[in-house]
Design a protein around this ligand. Sequence first.
Ligand SMILES: NC(=O)c1ccc[n+]([C@@H]2O[C@H](COP(=O)([O-])OP(=O)(O)OC[C@H]3O[C@@H](n4cnc5c(N)ncnc54)[C@H](OP(=O)(O)O)[C@@H]3O)[C@@H](O)[C@H]2O)c1
Length: 290
Amino acid sequence: MKSTLPLQSQISLITGASSGIGEQFAIQLAQLGSDLILAARRVDRLETLANTLRAQYGVSVTCIPCDLSTPQAAKVLFATATEEGRKITFLVNNAGLGRYGSFIDFPYADHHSTLQVNMLAPTELTYLFVKHMLDHGKKSYLIQVASIAAFQPVGFFSIYSATKGYLRYFSETLAFELRKTPIRVMCLCPGGTYTEFFEHSGQKITRSGAATMMSAQQVVQMSLDALWKGKTVFVPGLLNKLACFLPRLIPRELALDLAFITMNRAVERVSLLPASPASPLNANNHSSDK
Ligand SMILES: NC(=O)c1ccc[n+]([C@@H]2O[C@H](COP(=O)([O-])OP(=O)(O)OC[C@H]3O[C@@H](n4cnc5c(N)ncnc54)[C@H](OP(=O)(O)O)[C@@H]3O)[C@@H](O)[C@H]2O)c1
């Protein structure tokens, strides 16, 4: 007898599927039988992943090259994804980036890109796909990938924390607004996860940071379990849960100090950008002040 997988004949769209957490979503949704649409800038990596998933799981995979830092990208991605009457039933707004360092040390264009990719693109994709899902009326899922920084802002990660906080508020309210529709919304808030994120953010994981890291495979598996259980906000891992809960019990200024100390223990800044004189992240700060 032929067995049916839970997401057979469904189509899932994953942004940022070329590495890390997005790539794991692609693998695990394919294992559940879903056809896939994968979006990112590095289309060569998407194609390699697509070939593996087609061969291993027999799913159909479409790759769409897409730079979400450009203002038209969300509209174009939506139009391409829904071509030929395709009905998307699972959207993972996963693409994201961060820049670790003092706000004023980065060119403003970097902040603009982060705002566009982490906040504006997922908002517009959510708008377009929620309407699309309501129109086709099938049971659908939407995951927004935020971070534990959505619970506790971290100094020298100001724009990143702010965008993730936005995603959490947005997801919680959207889940409430859509609770009587066939669409389930969940905000995934991972803590440190082994991916390429750190190479791009200008961070190097220290030995003590490594002790608290999770794998992308674990994060995605736990988050899909949480989604099936109907969670609206999900933080994978006990230490991460504590990191999100404890700051509620102490004054916000103290929480900011502790978040900065914890982050400084977990990662070193490796960016080549010059740090501002005021930045405690600048390793040469003290000697140059003398
Ligand atoms: N790793 C962690 O510790 C951690 C913790 C909490 C939350 N997160 C969140 O998890 C999500 C996935 O990150 P990751 O850890 O898996 O890091 P990653 O391996 O660096 O993956 C980031 C993905 O985002 C895509 N992306 C970046 N800029 C893009 C752009 N302009 N247009 C389209 N796609 C773009 C990248 O694809 P291309 O470069 O090919 O375009 C890549 O596929 C992010 O939202 C991140 O904030 C990560």
